[in-house]
Design a protein around this ligand. Structure first.
Ligand code: NAD
Length: 377
């Protein structure tokens, strides 16, 4: 079937994996990648597919309603996968307005543009989809009731030996929203707008809330690429607080597969949680990364341990996130495909093999931002 799909934020980390998957897997679809190319957007992420006949890139700001309305019309868009956002918690603490602007007003502008365009068509909302990508951070924080970790009650085919849970509670699709950071508050607000457009106008929306992603093409302000890069340059590895905070990690290509499945098979107006049942304390992840980078660079074991530097904790730092993704497993048969150890190995290799990508990004503005972020500690 021919379709015209708008993917927003396609030059970012997760978006580039989604664009690549759709362009390769669906030659009959026309994929329109719309991205403002902020500091986080990088067309080098899509070099391998940029010349494909079923791919178009448009540089635009989702807040620009007139532009969104025109693009819907010009490209006959019938499906939207919305990933464009400001995505870094630390930046949201310094500059919350930008987060409200893009994440809230931008999502609203896209919703309204889709509504106005689809309502002009004879079939209206039939066969249409507005799929909004959100985060587990909207649910707030869970307690670290088992600091040493217990056997997780949930398993997947890709469960590794490290199959710990650091508490007994998990985020469900029904968990009440309780965001703490300006980032998660802005994402929560955008999720509410998306659901409101279904409830008020009958727009065919879907929302998914995913845990922390890792893998190739992630901007090096986020923990895993930041640490790989810093180890390579023998720079300090800034660990917030005691490194006890727990996150649930998912390989980015597994997230992209889930997005593909849900976009095509998910039920309208439903929410699906996406996670890896793969909880790690920050400090343990850091140790795995150090070990892997040192091994791949031929350094002796323990060589980079001394780079670990404990710094003042992030303001309002949420203790634990843990997703219960059994609904997605049961209803649509999705599971993570990759063992964490394998995912980390692939990820570290990718960053070490793509030093030019990393060096291009890590120069100039980013370098100044990085110095600013960590200067007081
Ligand atoms: N990274 C994660 O671990 C994670 C986990 C769960 C959910 N999410 C969500 O997934 C989405 C993508 O996250 P990511 O990590 O790939 O983010 P990212 O920061 O790597 O990419 C965001 C992209 O959006 C673009 N963008 C920003 N503002 C824009 C605007 N006003 N108009 C158009 N484009 C704009 C940027 O240029 C960039 O290409 C976000 O909505 C995020 O909230 C991320």
């Amino acid at each position: 079937m021919k379709r015209n799909i708008l993917i927003t934020g396609g030059a970012g980390f997760i978006g580039s994996h989604v664009v690549r998957l759709f362009v390769n897997k669906y030659p009959d679809y026309h994929i329109v990648n719309l991205d403002k190319l902020t500091y986080a957007g990088n067309l080098a992420n899509l070099k391998d597919i940029e010349d494909r006949p079923n791919y178009t890139f448009i540089k635009a700001d989702i807040v620009d309603f007139e532009a969104m309305r025109r693009i819907m019309d010009e490209h006959g868009i019938d499906g939207i996968i919305h990933l464009a956002a400001e995505s870094h918690v630390d930046r949201s603490i310094k500059d919350p307005f930008t987060f409200a602007r893009t994440n809230v007003m931008g999502t609203l502008s896209l919703l309204q543009a889709a509504k106005e365009y689809w309502e002009t068509l004879p079939e209206k909302y039939d066969g249409k989809r507005f799929y909004h990508i959100s985060t587990d951070e909207v649910y707030g924080a869970l307690e670290l009731t088992n600091p040493e970790g217990i056997e997780s009650p949930f398993t997947t085919a890709a469960s590794s030996e490290h199959h710990h849970a650091y508490g007994t509670e998990f985020f469900l699709e029904t968990t009440k929203y309780n965001p703490h950071s300006p980032y998660s508050a802005s994402k929560a607000s955008s999720d509410h707008f998306v659901r409101a457009y279904h409830d008020t106008y009958g727009m065919p929306t879907i929302v998914t809330n995913c845990s922390n992603n890792y893998g190739p093409y992630q901007f090096p302000e986020k923990l895993i690429p930041l640490f790989i890069n810093n180890i390579r340059h023998r720079k300090p590895l800034p660990v917030y607080g005691k490194g006890e905070n727990v996150r649930d990690w998912l390989y980015v290509e597994d997230h992209a597969r889930a997005i593909d499945l849900i976009f095509h098979k998910g039920t309208i107006a439903e929410t699906y949680n996406i996670g890896g049942f793969n909880e790690w304390k920050n400090i343990d992840i850091i140790k795995v990364i150090i070990k892997t980078v040192d091994r791949l660079l031929g350094n002796p074991e323990g060589y980079s341990d001394e780079l670990i530097t404990y710094v003042t904790d992030r303001l309002g730092h949420d203790m634990r996130y843990a997703i219960d993704s059994r609904k997605l497993q049961k209803e649509l048969g999705w599971e993570p495909s990759l063992q964490f150890e394998e995912g980390i190995e692939r990820t570290v290799r990718w960053y070490l093999d793509h030093q030019d990508w990393m060096d291009n990004i890590s120069s100039g503005d980013y370098e100044r931002y990085y110095e600013e972020m960590y200067k007081e500690r």
